[in-house]
Structure formats: structure tokens, C-alpha cells
Design a protein around this ligand. Sequence first.
Ligand code: SAM
Length: 310
Amino acid sequence: MSLLFDEIALAAARLAEAGVESPRAEAELIAAHVHGVRRTELTTVPDSAFDARFWEGIGRRAAREPLQHITGLAYFRYLELEVGPGVFVPRPETEVMTGWAIDRLREMDVAEPVVIDLGTGSGAIALAIAQEVPRARVHAIEGDPIARGWTERNIARCAAAAPYTAGRVTLHADDFTAPPAGLDGLAGHFDLVISNPPYIPVGASVPPEVGEYDPPAALWSGADGLDAIRAVERVARRLLRPGGMVPSSTARRRARPSTGSSPRRPAGATRATTRTWPGVTVSSRRRGPAIGRTDDENGMAPGWGRWTTG
Ligand SMILES: C[S@@+](CC[C@H](N)C(=O)[O-])C[C@H]1O[C@@H](n2cnc3c(N)ncnc32)[C@H](O)[C@@H]1O
């Protein structure tokens, strides 16, 4: 056993005591970050190279600061994003929704699909689409100036790693409940509207990593948690072209978080007319039929239903 692994074992016990969910894994990730190696390379760190800053990182994590704030990085699909104070740390369940959107965009018989990400935060969704669907043009709206600083850094970072994404993501400093005038010309022309909006009811209890570190504008959304998603629905109606699509996280995610990467149908979704899976509702704007009704049994937001397919 090396000195580093002895320290990792002690650190894991401290993190477990502090209520961290995956203490051993997180202790190893902090060790890897501090020593500048991959987690799989920790055995190569000699005792003489042990860096006491490891315990500084462990102290921060034991105080329930998110791991991603300590390492400064979050991984989202194929992206390595910079994150820190003032920006929402992208979540794994959002990768599922984004993957679905990417698959649909790839299938679309459209030369340059136009996409909009409402509330882009770190830019995770918008950049993943730009990286994985190179012909897409992505507009990203973010209202919070501090969050936008992170979006800008990540747009530049992504362009450096994948130059074909340069100029493909346009960031708009605005409120997505009233998209900027600059987008008016595109109303009714978006092929896909996507959003992971704030969704927590005001006053709900959340873990310290969330309540103390994710920005309030990324979390709270009215008494029932659904204010923002109602706005997304309203705005999507205006922006989508007929046949365009809008996957969006819903209240269901609170009740039953997604546990895997493969789309699955929620148990109660027997009447679904379009694909759904835990945490994600997919709506498609069609010419003619009215928007689908709320499906309370599936935990959907009021006013946020599926478009009926006739
Ligand atoms: C839950 S976070 C999601 C961030 C990112 N899309 C992700 O999935 O990691 C929601 C984001 O929407 C932004 N936001 C909330 N309300 C907004 C509004 N009305 N207009 C613009 N941005 C908003 C917040 O600042 C935050 O960055």
C-alpha cells in the first residue's frame, strides 16, 4: 500500500462521515486532480510526491462543496466543461435528454438544423449539440451574467478542442421567457427547442451541494417548481416550426431520477403518443392538433403535455 492510498482510505472515511454519497470514488478523484494524474494512474504516484493539498480538497468536499467546484471541471457527454461559483453543474440525467435531441437532429432531413437552448448555464447542452451535430446552428440563452461568463469560457474551450464548433453557438444575454428581438426573425423556424430549466419548488429541501453552490436562478421555480417549464412551453410554441420538437426535463425527475443512460418508458405512460422516459417529455409541434393535456398520472407539469398525434 502506498502513502497516497493510505491517505485516500482515511479521506474516504471522513467523506463518508460527512454524508458524501460515493466517498471512496470522490477521494480518489480529488487525489487524481491534486496529483495531476488520471484516477487509474494513482498507483504511479510515489510516496515522495504526495501533495498535502489533497487534504485541502478533502476538507472542502467534507464541507459539501461539489466535487466539480473543487476540480473546476464537469464532464458532459464528450465535453470537459469549466464550472465553478455562479454556474449550475451539469447533471447526468441531462445527458440523456441531450442524447435524444442529438439523435433526432441527426435524423432530420434539414441541411442546417436550428436549435435553441433556453437557460444554457455552462453551455453543456448547446455545446454537446454543436460538437455532435456539426451541421447544427445553436442559439443559447442565459439570463445570469456570472453564468454567462462560464458559457463564454466553455464556448472558447470547445472551439479550441473542436474547431468546427467555432461560430456555431451564439450566446444571447437575455430572459428566455421573452426571447431577444434578434431572434424574432427565427420565430416559427426552430427545428428543436431544448431546455433544462429550474424546476425546484421554492422552499423544498435540497442537499448542501445544491442549495449552497448551484445558483438560485438555476434551481427555484415558483411554488410548484413549474413556473419555468410553463415559460419554456409558451416560448417553444412560438419558436418551433411545424414538426419541430421540444424535449424538456419535467417534474417527474424529482420523483424518480433517471438511473441509466438508455431511454425507458415511465411505468404510467401507457397513453403516451410520443416517446417519453423518466425525467423527459417529448413534444412535437404539429400543424392542427392542440397541445396535449396535462397528464397528472405521469407527473407532467400543468399545461405541459404531449402534442397529440391525431
Ligand atoms: C438548471 S440550470 C441548467 C443549465 C444547463 N442548461 C444545464 O443543463 O447544465 C438553468 C439555467 O437557466 C438559467 N435561467 C433561469 N431562468 C432564466 C430565464 N428566465 N432566462 C434566462 N436564463 C434563465 C439559469 O441562470 C441557469 O443557468
